[in-house]
Design a protein around this ligand. Structure first.
Ligand SMILES: [Cu+2]
Length: 374
């Protein structure tokens, strides 16, 4: 509930940017009420929404890491408080940093972009906390199951359980994806990858990889409880999750390579350079292979859930089992059990990082763009 409430508040704050753009710029423009649209203002408002909106999808994956996985692994959650801190930090840090989507745009000053860059790196902190707490919870489970030594607990984990396996694979993809994310976030390195295929390669790895694999594990966990029927095949689910990870890496790593080899992302036209295009053939072929693996994996998922629906065996444990923290909560500080304070902190942080950059458009001469007509 705590994570879901954090997500709902974030959704509310983050939607204000794009809502303002649509209500005050695009709709009046489309109705002919205003002759032009200020592109700089429109892109600034869109950046308000654009970064945090992807966290709307990431939150449920984090919720599954903290509340479902530790129990499925046969252990306990390392720290309830750390999980709450991660959700608070994600809420506070993820909205006021949208200028990392505008590094190459001309209408915001370098200082504002630098400020947003600093904030962007702060978002890595709750992700690192999550990595630490989730892997720590896995270690507890592995040791409870008899794992010894520095790494012995890894082999003792129930990797045949879709939730545990998906968490491990999500962490693996998050390592690759997070590495790319740090490059995107860096003001200077961003110039190397700006508007290249690196960007869709990166966000497919994070979203369709790390996030969606957790949705799949949640489906394997909840579908039997919702239908009252035992999962058709755990072995098939395990194979499907492995294939999804392999397919995603085979798709997205060459995709990012294409960006490094200069393949543009969004263009209207480009001079044809045969030598450059020659370099794209191998990674493009790898992407096709990755895509086919993903298609097979997706069909396996749907097949397994459909067969579950028709299964006659009733589900053994019909209720959702939530993870218990290692140390039971005796007293929870108010700040960590509500969002009143954090909400107003985001509001202040938003005004500080977006106030003047938006206001400036009303104080200077800007160039609009005329409506596009056929
Ligand atoms: Cu972003």
């Amino acid at each position: 509930m705590y994570g879901t409430v954090a997500n709902a508040i974030m959704w509310f704050i983050t939607s204000l940017g794009v809502a303002s753009e649509v209500l005050f710029q695009l709709i009046p423009w489309s109705l002919g009420l205003s002759p032009t649209v200020d592109v700089g203002l429109a892109r600034t408002l869109f950046s308000w929404t654009l970064h945090a909106i992807v966290y709307f999808w990431l939150f449920p994956a984090y919720i599954a890491f903290y509340t479902l996985m530790p129990k499925q692994a046969g252990g306990k959650l390392l720290s309830d408080q750390m999980a709450r801190v991660a959700f608070i930090m994600l809420l506070v840090f993820s909205v006021p940093i949208g200028f990392h989507h505008l590094y190459m745009d001309p209408f915001q000053a370098a200082g504002w972009k630098f400020l947003h860059m600093t904030g962007t790196f702060m978002v890595a902190v709750p992700t690192l906390i999550t990595g630490f707490t989730v892997i720590g919870s896995m270690e507890i489970a592995g040791r409870l199951r008899g794992g010894k030594g520095l790494f012995g607990w890894i082999g003792k984990l129930p990797w045949g359980n879709p939730m545990v396996l998906a968490t491990g694979l999500a962490m693996l993809m998050l390592t690759f994806g997070g590495f790319g994310g740090v490059i995107n976030a860096s003001y200077s390195m961003n110039a190397m990858v700006h508007n290249t295929q690196w960007i869709p390669g990166h966000f497919h790895l994070i979203f369709a990889g790390t996030t969606v694999i957790m949705y799949m594990a949640i489906a394997y966990y909840l579908w039997p409880k919702m239908t009252g029927k035992e999962l058709h095949s755990r072995a098939l689910a395990v194979k499907q999750l492995w294939l999804w990870t392999i397919g995603m890496l085979v798709l997205t790593l060459p995709w990012q390579q294409l960006g490094m080899d200069g393949q543009p992302r969004r263009i209207s036209s480009t001079p044809y350079d045969p030598e450059l295009v020659e370099k794209w053939i191998i990674p493009e072929f790898a992407m096709i292979v990755g895509g086919v693996i993903l298609l097979i994996s997706a069909i396996m998922l749907i097949w397994n859930l459909m067969k579950t629906h028709g299964n006659a065996t009733p589900v053994a444990i019909p209720e959702v089992e939530y993870a218990e923290p290692v140390h039971p909560i005796a007293r929870m500080p108010r700040l960590m059990n509500g969002f009143g304070f954090w909400f107003w902190l985001v509001v202040v942080y938003m005004i500080a990082s977006y106030g003047y950059p938006i206001l400036q458009f009303f104080l200077m001469d800007t160039f609009g763009t005329v409506p596009w007509s056929i």
